[in-house]
Design a protein around this ligand. Sequence first.
Ligand code: UD1
Ligand code: UDP
Length: 401
Amino acid sequence: MSKAPQKVMVVFGTRPEAIKVAPLILALKNDPRFQLCTVSTGQHREMLWPILDWFDIKPDHTLDVMAPKQPLAFLSGKLLAGLHTLMEAEQPDVVMVQGDTTTAFMAALTAYYGYDYYVRNESGKRHHIQIAHIEAGLRTYDNYAPFPEEVNRRLIGHIANWHFAPTATAAEALFKEGITQNVFITGNPVIDALHLTVERIGDGATPNLPAELTEDVLSKPYILITGHRRESYGEGFEHICKAIAKLSKRYPQQIFIYPVHLNQHVQEPVRAMLGNLPNVILTQPLDYPAFVQVMRRAHIILTDSGGLQEEGPALGKPVLVMREVTERPEGIMAGTCRLIGTSEKGIFDNVSDLLDNPATYTKMAHAVNPYGDGLATQRILNLLAGEGSRTNTFTPAYNKA
Ligand code: UD1
Ligand code: UDP
């Protein structure tokens, strides 16, 4: 007799979560071993909707939790209450969360709290919701960098039942913390999403580029910038913007493209300090295919983003990481990423080094795939269905291509 399909509730709320769970949602939809239920928490709105459109995902449920500059405790409270109601109604077997956002942590916590609440009527038994964690085991061992992601992902790790680690380093980190059951090295589905997107662009899907990113601009060697980390609010963003302003004056022919995150803590300093520089182009956040296209054509990527540290190496782009620590050491070991800190001098010196020294640039600009091979989705679903095995793992490639 065939087994009843497992009901998997996939919960996401922010831009990177949507990108990284998209391949899983698409695969779950067509897999008879599972019944899919999708929840968008509404932690992000304008930055999320175009991603869902691109991957043709229509969430079954949408919460409405976003508010400007709201404290994390307010966001968390709304998420817990909203997700509780949905989990009670849907009674999923598995709740799937990705990464380390407040959405991911609150969804895992709600599923965990459900242990004494969601008693199945027909059997009267406790309904123990399984928590499946995608991108498990990333660590900096600094609770305040990145904040609050380091603590979010650690706490998820300690209540999750399935740990899908992207790399061996991430799996080892879990083992060191005593998390040894159901830990699998699968690669990161971000690489699956990237492959899917590059293929669709190759097949003629046209990225929706904003008017300021003309062919003339994109045909020159530009630096692509993103930044949004909470620990950089205030002084950190001032240093970042001062460094970019100084670079734009030192290299007047060099173009800088910065799609600015909608967070007001980012918009305000960036628009005030970089808004009037002739070679710095500030845009709205780009939709995913447009952003992938802009990454593929970039000369250098300057960022504090987690996702870009994974996508940059896959595309062979040097990534300068504006952080003091990173949970993604693999790109650095592969030589494609460099941790440059958040001081004005550190950022200025490192970007200048890459612009002035073609040999250094060439050494960094090679494609490697330490974060995945495009098969993470299938591994994860096979493992969840009890049809995977520990031999079916991703072997990260640190070697230069
Ligand atoms: C969140 C995640 C972070 C992740 C990042 C990806 C938390 C605590 N932070 O940070 O881990 O790396 O997303 O981008 O989970 N806003 C809009 N429209 C949008 C999105 C955001 O207006 O579509 C504005 C809102 O005013 C919102 C603010 O940005 O309150 C901040 O959003 P929030 O999700 O709290 O934090 P992020 O910095 O985006
Ligand atoms: N991204 C995008 N449009 C943009 C900037 C980023 O689609 O204008 C994508 C990027 O390719 C990556 C993800 O968003 O997959 C990264 O999101 P973000 O930097 O907001 O979050 P983090 O990865 O730091 O959690």
